[in-house]
Design a protein around this ligand. Structure first.
Ligand SMILES: *Cc1c(COP(=O)(O)O)cnc(C)c1O
Length: 213
């Protein structure tokens, strides 16, 4: 991350590391926390809630990064600080309602499908502005930015173009009156390309914890 930040001419501190800990045992998250890593990303609601309970008191920040079904919004709104994969208004509305206004707002990102596969989660680039304005208006949520999981590719130039597309979309939304400070993009295999194109959060699992079982 530091090397990529340096080649991009960006301060290393402008990119946050989210340690993706799905399938990783809580004892290993505790080790990571001891080493100073406090932000963790989980994909599955039950597994995430179990770890949040097991590691309470360490001051960890929990990000929900998996696909979210509408019947699971309540525990996610109650126990996580961030949700990265918002791709429809109904989910955002349910999260907002469940979060309420007593807790600080839930930090959210809209997931955009930048590589255009029909099977992938995420809203199409052309539908992002309408969804972003609707989500930004919900009490209980704070829309922070955009997230993407582009198709894996060995082609660095292609990877960069997809990440650049997400950045350009974010910049266009900001010109349209929003104030989005977050680009959640880049994983173990493509974090360099993402950082070169402006990632502010990289979501890294395998490169920290090793291959998942
Ligand atoms: C699993 C996962 C990651 C981490 O992937 P690695 O290749 O292990 O770094 C990042 N983001 C999301 C949404 C994931 O599901």
């Amino acid at each position: 991350m530091a090397a990529a930040a340096e080649s991009a001419g960006r301060p290393a501190g402008s990119i946050r590391l989210l340690a993706v800990s799905k399938t990783v045992e809580p004892v290993r998250l505790r080790e990571a926390a001891t080493a100073g890593q406090l932000a963790f990303g989980e994909n599955y609601v039950q597994e995430g809630l179990a770890k949040i309970g097991a590691l309470a008191g360490l001051g960890l920040e929990w990000h929900f990064i998996g696909p979210l079904q509408s019947n699971k919004t309540r525990p996610v709104a109650a126990h996580f600080a961030w949700v990265h994969g918002i791709d429809r208004l109904r989910i955002a509305e349910r999260l907002a309602e469940a979060r309420g206004t007593v807790q600080p707002p839930l930090q959210v990102c809209i997931q955009v499908n930048v590589s255009g596969e029909a099977s992938k989660n995420g809203v199409g680039p052309g539908e992002t502005a309408a969804l972003a304005h609707a989500v930004a208006a919900l009490p209980g949520l704070r829309l922070r930015g955009l997230m993407a999981i582009p198709e894996p590719t060995e082609d660095m130039a292609l990877a960069r173009r997809r990440f650049a597309a997400l950045r350009e979309l974010r910049d266009a939304l900001n010109r349209g009156g929003l104030a989005l400070d977050t680009l959640s993009m880049g994983m173990s295999h493509d974090l360099e390309a993402a950082i070169l194109e402006g990632a502010t959060i990289v979501r890294v699992g395998t490169a920290i914890f090793g291959e998942r079982q």
